[in-house]
Design a protein around this ligand. Structure first.
Ligand code: ADE
Length: 231
């Protein structure tokens, strides 16, 4: 997987790419590059944004600036890029990221992510350069960078070699192995703490019963509408 992230804050991704599971994925043949949009602006003084026509608060990332960054990086007309790879603009109103979308994107050979700042993008960036608009939830962040990291994280961990134990990727929340349900509860040592006992079946060593217990808890969690405490 080859990921390019266009951002005004490329240094944020230095921390991200040094995290172990991301570094593992990169060591197994993936690549993640953060491209500084500002470095390619055709405008003076490093300008990248402007006020919205029609008035309103905040600043928008300019279409000519994004055009110039895409063209400089890929060496083709910026509108051509999305015909060769998915170009994902991160924005709060986009398709909400879920496990199905993460799996779909993990099948791609290459991804491009566009991070907006301030009030977001000039709409023409979404219309003419993006193939997808993705949101990580219905709330507003101050930019697309954290959303891009979330998206990279969930996609990269699906690639072979990113996780130490391959089973942890297949039998996890929302996977086909769990019929799309959330994962069952986990426990570790001590088996009893302040009188709170781990379910006996998990200590029994009886693999079939453990598997059945886990399937049942996972289905229960899937069926239950979450309460205010998230359970
Ligand atoms: N940019 C700002 N808020 C966002 C969100 N919730 N998801 C994706 N990108 C964003």
């Amino acid at each position: 997987m080859n990921i390019d992230v266009f951002t005004l804050f490329p240094s944020w991704f230095e921390w991200f790419t040094s995290q172990r599971h991301v570094a593992n994925a990169l060591a197994h043949g993936s690549r993640l590059e953060a491209i500084d949009i500002r470095a390619h602006t055709p405008l003076g003084g490093g300008q990248v944004d402007d006020t919205p026509f029609g008035g309103g608060a905040g600043m928008l990332l300019r279409v000519d600036v994004m055009d110039s960054a895409l063209r400089a990086h890929y060496g083709v007309d910026a509108v051509q890029v999305r015909s060769t790879r998915r170009v994902i603009a991160l924005a709060p109103h986009g398709r909400v990221l879920d496990e199905a979308l993460a799996s779909e994107l993990a099948e791609e050979r290459a991804l491009t992510m566009l991070c907006g700042r301030y009030e977001g993008f000039d709409e023409r960036i979404l219309d003419h350069y993006a193939s997808d608009v993705v949101s990580i939830g219905r709330y507003v962040l101050s930019g697309g960078e954290l959303a891009a990291m979330v998206l990279c994280d969930t996609v990269l961990r699906k690639l072979p070699g990113a996780l130490g134990d391959e089973r942890s990727a297949t039998e996890e929340s929302f996977s086909a192995a769990l019929e799309g349900n959330p994962e069952y509860p986990h426990y570790t040592r001590p088996a009893e703490y302040r009188g709170w006992r781990v379910p006996e079946v998990l200590l029994s060593g009886h693999h079939e019963q453990i598997a059945a217990w886990r399937r049942e808890r996972s289905r229960e969690r899937g069926a239950r509408t979450q309460g205010r405490d998230g359970r």
